[in-house]
Ligand binder design. Structure first.
Ligand SMILES: Cc1ncc(COP(=O)(O)O)c(C=O)c1O
Length: 396
């Protein structure tokens, strides 16, 4: 086979020298403090059986979609799932994409137009940044969750919008994926409305975790009629795969016509759609509510222990299922994750360039199925490692 070009080999060598080389991990049987399967739905056998039942009832036992949604891939399950999720999340309509990455790429490359402006939080997900790069609008970042910086950013750019049809958008996350903290949606909405800016929210890590029935933060705060678009994913708390944009009928129509990541790809297979349908049935059932309650109890317990064990100063404040312990330095974070794995705990190190240099961290994901004992164990082990490490002890 032909060799990797020298420049590419060099880039890999640089990562190796930096201790930031990424490698595909193998499956482990460690205690899960790392997956996005917050409610344990990915392992739920009832959900899996229900999905198969749906496929057989609808005589849709096909292995693949056979084409793009605009050609042969748009089977009846798409309508059913889109109707169900738009009702569940109280949106006018929904459009399913193959993944959250595809949804964000498709949306941000096609919706904001030349001479439009997009304000985005500096910690926004890579899929949104990539979508913006593919589009023609000018994008301006504001400091993470910093409303003052946002306001001054808006003040500086607003003159560019005066007159004409140019539109401003603001995009942020309901729960930040690599930080676990949340955005102030009421205040952001006020700022947006007083400046004629349309708000777009990525709810990837909020669905299943926040709001009654896990409907997400926009539903929790009753802001459904005021937000322009929401992106929800099914690969995290819902335990399956795919994503959707929630918005008006007109927005859906626009995306069907212009979002290239929807148009030029094979649609999700029927099995994925049946799984999403089954996952929503589970989420809206008593069993789903019980899992959400267990998850929330585990989040509260984790935070209680952080305070009791004097570990809070290492962690970013969070009410979500994601809790990040900033250690700084790839080597240290990797070593700590390895030490935790030796004690049977799977906690992932998050390295530069996913997070800023010096802010490398351990990302603890909590689940409904984690036991109190597992939570105690993982934090006790972390505390012992921190206490023994001279560079980490902060007089706690
Ligand atoms: C905030 C956020 N948006 C979008 C995505 C992409 O979603 P998916 O995994 O469905 O492609 C992710 C997943 O990593 C995410 O964390």
């Amino acid at each position: 086979m032909a060799r990797l070009p020298k420049k590419l080999q060099q880039k890999l060598e640089e990562r190796r020298a930096d201790n930031t080389l990424r490698e595909l991990p193998s499956e482990t049987s460690l205690v899960d403090f790392s997956s996005n399967d917050y409610l344990g739905f990915s392992q739920n056998m009832a959900l899996s059986h229900l999905a198969l039942q749906i496929l057989s009832d609808k005589e849709l036992a096909r292995n693949g979609a056979t084409g793009s949604r605009l050609l042969t891939g748009n089977n009846i399950l798409f309508d059913e799932v889109e109707e169900l999720i738009s009702t569940y999340h109280n949106a006018e309509n929904a459009l399913i994409f193959n993944s959250g990455y595809d949804a964000n790429i498709g949306f941000f490359s096609s919706v904001p137009q030349r001479n439009d402006i997009v304000f985005f939080d500096e910690f926004i997900h890579a899929s949104i940044r990539d979508g913006l790069k593919l589009g023609n609008a000018r994008a301006f970042k504001f400091k993470h969750n910093n409303l003052e910086d946002l306001s001054s950013c808006i003040a500086q750019q607003k003159h560019q919008l005066d007159g004409g049809d140019n539109q401003a958008y603001l995009v942020t996350e309901a729960v930040f994926s690599m930080d676990g903290d949340t955005s102030d949606l009421h205040k952001l909405m006020e700022i947006c409305e007083s400046n004629d800016i349309l708000l777009i929210l990525d709810e990837a890590h909020a669905v299943g975790v926040f709001g009654k029935g896990g409907k997400g933060r926009i539903s929790d705060l009753h802001l459904e009629d005021r937000v322009f678009a929401r992106m929800i994913t099914f690969g995290k708390a819902l335990g399956c795969h795919g994503a959707a944009i929630l918005g008006t009928n007109a927005l859906k129509n626009y995306l069907v016509n212009f979002a290239r990541s929807l148009i030029y790809t094979t649609a999700l297979p029927p099995h994925s759609l049946a799984s999403i349908l089954a996952a929503y049935k589970l989420l809206s059932s008593d069993l789903g509510s019980q899992q959400i309650i267990k998850l929330r109890e585990n989040i509260d317990y984790f935070k209680e222990l952080l305070t009791g064990m004097r570990l809070s100063t290492y962690f970013i404040k969070s009410d979500s299922a994601i809790h990040c312990c900033i250690l700084g330095g790839s080597t240290l974070v990797k070593q700590t994750a390895l030490a935790l794995s030796h004690q049977g705990m799977d906690v992932k190190p998050i390295l530069y360039p996913t997070v800023p240099k010096g802010k490398e961290r351990l990302r603890f994901c909590l689940h409904s199925f984690n036991s109190k004992q597992e939570i105690q164990e993982v934090l006790k082990t972390l505390k012992a490692i921190i206490t023994k490490s001279p560079s980490l002890a902060r007089g706690n």
